[in-house]
Design a protein around this ligand. Sequence first.
Ligand SMILES: Nc1ncnc2c1ncn2[C@@H]1O[C@H](COP(=O)(O)OP(=O)(O)OP(=O)(O)O)[C@@H](O)[C@H]1O
Length: 357
Amino acid sequence: MEIRNLVRSFGGRRVVDGVSLSIQPGQVTCLLGPSGCGKSTTLRIIAGVEMQDSGEIHVDGSLICDTRFRVPPERREIGLMFQDFALFPHLSVEGNVAYGLSGNRDEKRARVEEMLDRVRMSRFIDMFPHQLSGGEQQRIALARALAPRPRIMLMDEPFSGLDNRLRDGIRDETLAILKEEDTGVLLVTHEPEEAMRMADEIALMRNGRIVQQGAPYNVYTRPVDRASVAFFSDANRFGAVVDGALAVTPFGPFLAPGVADGTLVDIVFRPQHVKIDFDRAGVGPAPTAIEGTAARAQVIRARFMGNESLVEFRLDDSGALIKSTVPGVFLPQPQTVMWLRVRRDKCYVFPRQEVAE
Ligand SMILES: Nc1ncnc2c1ncn2[C@@H]1O[C@H](COP(=O)(O)OP(=O)(O)OP(=O)(O)O)[C@@H](O)[C@H]1O
């Protein structure tokens, strides 16, 4: 599926602002972004239940909609799955899964049995939705959406109604089934962790636009701006003014190639990339090319988070707050003096933009 330059405005506001995307067979593409950024509207346009103001959608090279021509939703061969599963309460499991199928009674029954077997729900065939748990309903919704062999599956926060304990297992099962069916999937989520777990490709969306698209590793490790770093995890930042292509900070100078002198830049890094050293009689570790200069800081508070500890510091020099995470249990007392460093290859330098995040 090729989506080209979709635009949709409500009340003069561009909610979808030039979205282009391609979805490949057998691949899961995640549309990831904060609440209200236009993900669901994009999905609804693709499904055919919302009209775009401009832009085109093609499947296997043929046009399915632009602003004049429009294949109706039921003929788009698109499977839909939403957060609330939307099973028909008055139909049995068999009736639900058979709903979108064509063919005679035996053919339909055979496909229903095949799909129920695939989602390991065969023994529930005669039950009704209200008799099923959330996880079971999710599997029936998946079977129903996949039964007509859609070319594309659109999934809008399909796991958010499930409790945490179930969710990981069901995500993995769902992913395995989608891969077996070789369907192209566009999955909408606001949870980075879900996108990292499910996606072959992440399209990061903000304010109606796709700001970055790529494999999860690339989107995480090569963010395009500060908001993209902060969307995936806590992010430390402090400002510095560039002078001679260098931004001088309490952690030593950072290269800022191509940035004009006098520009305010943000130095951004994740808490797991802060290296901590103990104070040795008022002296910290010597500067190195990779880790720069150590900055003296005091512990403000330390909290145990399960797999890691979160330690917050205040830098002596600038008073800036720095968060760091350390694997396991590390709970230094408040006011303990320590020295912090950050690896240059884990820091990002961005000209400061005051954008809505
Ligand atoms: N029919 C409509 N009329 C007016 N405004 C709308 C309409 N549909 C959506 N919007 C607005 O468009 C914006 C984007 O909504 P959308 O549902 O696409 O966001 P989203 O990224 O899916 O958010 P969420 O994760 O909260 O569902 C929101 O501000 C919403 O209020």
